[in-house]
Design a protein around this ligand. Structure first.
Ligand code: ZN
Length: 338
């Protein structure tokens, strides 16, 4: 069995993957039929539109998809179909989806119908696909304090049953992390885990801010941590996890080429890392491909790849019984195919 085939069948968990960023051309074509005029609904034309060209085009695709999500039924269908593809295509058993409810409420959807739609889809996905989903509510940093206030309100006063974390995304340049400290303080006080993006497009000081001010337990990307040995030592000592998304880093130019990706530096410094796909169809990748990239960068055999999968389960906020089950599934798979 090739390592690619091994990865394709390996049961996995994913911790850094965006809700809207996960929709495939197949799902968008369904939305485009419901809401004509935004993007082509013809599957071939749509696939072409989706093809990753550069970051500006990625933003265009992303915003076009956001514009197609208009009703709670759109949210429900999208979430359920994303779960289907995660389960059938990537052998995911557990995923924490980063959801940005503000992008829907600011376009007029009520938070209650939104919450109901994602929860309906989650329950159905677990029943139909055996995929356990949890949510991370993410502040879209570009929308500033009003978005932070609203997202905190949704997390505290309208929380879906499966909400486990509080995040922060969007651009880093011009969006300093310290301004969000009160929101993270309140979310953490309510029992949510702190998982902001940091150090993707800015230097290690942003990661320090995320750790010191926002109480980050995991960092989205954290790419620039590699420039600061003291920071790497801190992350390793405190078991703060970096959610690494290699292809995304190339697409956004956070890293120039895969050859110089800092993944190996993280591992050699003892920092726990998980492998993730971020916005997979929009970056032309899949979680399986990201595992293959990681296996290549780290020279991993089957057992090494299985260890990456175990790390994701261990670093997740899944219920204990789910963690035990997925760990056991990974071990069983390795015993049979390793
Ligand atoms: Zn992300």
């Amino acid at each position: 069995m090739s390592i690619t085939d091994f990865i394709a069948g390996l049961p996995k968990a994913e911790l850094h993957v965006h809700h809207v960023g996960s929709v495939s051309p197949r799902i968008v074509s369904e939305l485009a039929e419901r809401h004509p005029g935004v993007v082509p609904s013809d599957p071939d034309a749509l696939r072409e539109f989706f093809e990753f060209r550069d970051f500006a085009h990625f933003v265009e695709v992303y915003l076009a998809v956001v514009d197609l999500i208009r009703t709670p039924e759109d949210v429900r269908m999208l979430t359920y179909e994303v779960a289907r593809e995660m389960s059938e295509g990537q052998q995911l058993r557990y995923a924490e989806l980063t959801v940005t409810p503000y992008n829907s409420t600011v376009r007029g959807m009520g938070i209650e119908p939104f919450t109901e739609a994602i929860e309906d889809a989650r329950v159905a996905a677990e029943r139909d696909f055996g995929l356990v989903l949890r949510w991370i509510y993410d502040i879209p940093g570009e929308s500033g304090i009003p978005a932070a206030e609203a997202t905190l309100d949704y997390a505290l006063n309208h929380a879906p049953d499966a909400l486990v974390g509080f995040g922060l995304g969007g651009p880093e340049i011009g969006v300093p992390r310290p301004q969000f400290k009160p929101h993270f303080d309140a979310a953490r006080a309510a029992g949510l885990r702190s998982v902001p993006h940091a150090g993707e497009t800015t230097g290690p000081e942003t990661v320090w801010d995320a750790v010191r001010l926002l109480g980050a337990e995991r960092i989205g990307h954290g790419t620039s941590s590699a420039q600061d040995p003291e920071l790497l030592a801190h992350l390793a000592r405190h078991g703060i996890v970096l959610e690494v998304c290699p292809t995304s880093n190339i697409a956004t130019r956070a890293v120039e080429t895969l050859d110089v990706h800092p993944l190996r530096t993280f591992v050699e410094a003892g920092v726990p890392v998980t492998i993730n796909s971020d916005d997979p169809p929009m970056f032309g990748t899949t979680l399986n491909e990201e595992y293959a990239v990681a296996a290549d960068l780290l020279d991993l055999d089957e057992a090494g790849v299985a260890t990456l999968a175990h790390t994701a389960v261990a670093a997740s906020y899944a219920p204990d019984d789910v963690k035990e089950r997925v760990h056991a599934e990974i071990d069983g798979y390795l015993a049979e195919h390793g």
